[in-house]
Ligand binder design. Structure first.
Ligand code: SF4
Length: 292
């Protein structure tokens, strides 16, 4: 395929297929991993958002090869799909329209906030799409530092709220968690408008990471999400740190590993039945002096 691709590594946890529409991202998040790629110049990457060359033609070619069994397509891992450039170019809108026309499942993840609402008319009533926003703080001052050019937290929540009110499935990417307290507050405050949570920790910042008890955070987040009856996924970056995660787990994928051979199971059940019968006889003897 040409523009739809299979993510590798950690991104694979989010999606089996993805589309990136823009080169560059003016949101300029300090935790963004893209600028660490050897072929990317951070100075350039966060200055402009250029549409991928022939994106729509490539997409048309790709979708013609896909059918209804296609896994959910994630928009996008790099270059936010609702940067200011999108408001003039409508590349994301055109992409959504094509995916819907071909009946393909997809999800949007953005920090673009209310910019995304221009396309909610397309998403409304299409049950194979969902709308997600990355939100990791409740304090705007922290968002201003870490996500300097992204729309405000309130603006992003407004978009999620609007999607939810239109019946569009919503989710929040609570990743990277930097301050566990704020992450838990977000869940508590907004669970009523969020259909699904994905929670993952901060990576590549050892100094900050070392100050957080991630196992405790994972336990707290799980307890809270369970208490609220929320649908969620804790990323492996969190769950793999838990001491229980190191215990060997039984494998239940192969039928032979779960069940004993049938003949043996039948023999054990017969034996149990015989013992039960004998017990009943003994009780009857004690009570009545006779046998049933
Ligand atoms: S919105 Fe995403 S792609 Fe854009 S700078 Fe932030 S983390 Fe990077």
């Amino acid at each position: 395929m040409k523009i739809i691709y299979e993510p590798k590594g950690k991104a694979r946890e989010y999606a089996e297929l993805a589309i990136n529409l823009y080169n560059g991202c003016i949101h300029g998040c300090r935790y963004c991993h893209i600028a660490k790629m050897p072929w990317v110049s951070p100075d350039q990457y966060y200055q402009t958002a250029n549409p991928k060359k022939n994106a729509i033609a490539k997409l048309m070619d790709d979708v013609s090869k896909l059918d209804g069994n296609t896994p959910e397509i994630h928009l996008s891992f790099t270059g936010d799909v609702y940067q200011p450039a999108e408001m003039q170019l409508h590349l994301t809108r055109k992409t959504i329209a094509i995916l819907i026309e071909h009946g393909l499942p997809f999800t949007i993840l953005t920090k673009g906030g209310t910019r995304a609402m221009k396309d909610f008319d397309l998403l409304t009533g299409y049950d194979k799409a969902s709308f997600g926003s990355t939100i990791v703080f409740t304090k705007q001052a922290d968002a201003d530092y870490w996500e300097p050019n992204a729309p405000s937290i309130v603006n992003r929540i407004k978009a999620v709220e609007e999607a939810h009110s239109r019946g569009i499935r919503t989710w929040i990417s609570l990743e990277p968690v930097i301050d566990p307290k704020q992450a838990l507050e977000l869940i508590e405050y907004f669970h009523h408008i969020v259909d699904h949570w994905k929670v993952g920790k901060l990576n590549h910042h050892p100094e900050i990471e070392s100050k957080v008890d991630w196992v405790k955070f994972a336990d707290d987040a799980k307890a809270l999400l369970d208490r609220l009856g929320a649908d969620y996924y804790l990323k492996k970056s969190l769950t793999s740190l838990h001491p229980q995660a190191t215990c060997p787990k039984p494998t239940f994928t192969e039928k032979e590993e779960v069940y004993m051979p049938r003949a043996l199971r039948v023999a054990i059940m017969d034996h149990d039945r015989a013992l039960a019968k004998e017990r009943r006889r003994n009780i009857a003897r004690k009570l009545h002096g006779d046998v049933e």
